[in-house]
Design a protein around this ligand. Structure first.
Ligand code: MEV
Length: 324
């Protein structure tokens, strides 16, 4: 039997970084996904091939690279996930894993979270487990901790459930039913960055200026709560304004960059109602909220400024599996 699992990427509308400190964030699953195929092997090896330029085999603790410098480190999260499942389900076997992703990596669109979720779902079903969504979120956290050091859990949560959710560490998730479309354009600066390091830089700023940063974090929480009611009303103009304010807070937290600021400015000149970085910052992507019918112009403005535009749609589909 071959099991395939698909899990979507994400874009954070409000609240990144501050979510690590317990404040709520609003996150949308987007129509880009990672597909992971899992099948048993006769030996006990873990063979992984991908369309990301990394392939190789874990033979016990040894790794044989087939493709890509740094494959072992990049593919280690898959090994961690497989071992987590073997331990939890008290079953073990050799595996062939194939990864196909159309989510750009390391730019804040949740590629590693989606990969972790799809891997848990595919191996879990192959081993005969009927995992609940809650269990998938929990089991994919192990590899996310390896990749991001101190993640909030938001990425694997949205990849598991799909749709639009409000997430906080203490209160978990609540689903938002948004009937109207949220016309967004994502702009990729082409600069890859490390989420763990950026989260750590905010921690250091918090330690240096505890009172200021506590107030900033609380303001971010207040802003996300405001955004929830504006989103429910469907007032795009106010939503754009709140995105601009959120960007100001992220600049104050030290996670924006020249390239992000440039794409934000051109998106706004191109007709965006508001724009901000999305994800960890330091590079990666911006998200712009478009006036109705203006998405192509904004995408063109991003392209002209050297970024890669992506007109993404929200998807209600979370993780799914099928067999062949
Ligand atoms: C990364 O997608 C979002 C951050 O808030 C980190 C996290 O929540 O784990 C920057």
């Amino acid at each position: 039997m071959i099991v395939t699992a698909s899990a979507p990427g994400k874009t954070i509308l409000f609240g990144e970084h501050f979510v690590v400190y317990g404040e709520p964030a609003i996150v949308i699953a987007i129509d880009r996904d990672v597909k992971v195929t899992a099948e048993r092997r006769d030996d006990s090896n873990l063979h992984i091939s991908s369309n990301l330029g990394f392939s190789g085999t874990f033979i016990g603790e040894r790794f044989e690279t087939e493709e890509g410098d740094g494959s072992e480190k990049t593919l280690e999260p898959i090994k961690i996930t497989a071992e987590t499942l073997f331990q939890t389900l008290k079953k073990k076997c050799g595996l062939n894993i194939t990864i196909k992703s159309n989510i750009p990596i390391a730019v804040g669109l949740g590629s590693s979270g989606a990969l972790a979720v799809a891997t848990v779902a595919a191996i879990g079903r192959l081993l005969g487990a009927n995992l609940t969504r809650e269990e998938i979120v929990k089991l994919s956290f192990e590899s996310e901790k390896y990749v991001h050091l101190n993640p909030s859990g938001i990425d694997q949560t949205i990849s598991t459930y799909g749709g639009v959710i409000v997430y906080s560490k203490s209160e978990g998730i609540s689903h938002m039913k948004i009937e109207s479309s949220i016309p967004i354009v994502i702009g990729n600066t082409r600069i890859q960055r490390n989420t763990g390091r950026l989260v750590d830089s905010v921690r250091i700023r918090k330690e240096t200026f505890p009172q200021l940063m506590t107030q900033l974090t609380q303001t971010a929480g207040q802003l996300t709560r405001e955004a929830i009611s504006v989103l429910k009303k469907g007032d795009l103009k106010q939503l754009g304004e709140l995105m601009d304010i959120n960007q100001g807070l992220l600049v104050s937290a030290g996670v924006s960059s020249e390239e992000l600021d440039r794409l934000i400015n051109v998106a706004k000149k191109g007709g965006a109602l508001g724009a901000k970085l999305t994800g960890a910052g330091g590079g990666g992507c911006i998200i712009a909220l478009s006036k109705i019918g203006k998405r192509k112009e904004i995408a063109e403005a991003i392209r002209t400024a050297g970024g890669i535009p992506l007109i993404a749609e929200k998807t209600d589909e979370g993780v799914t599996t099928w067999t062949s």
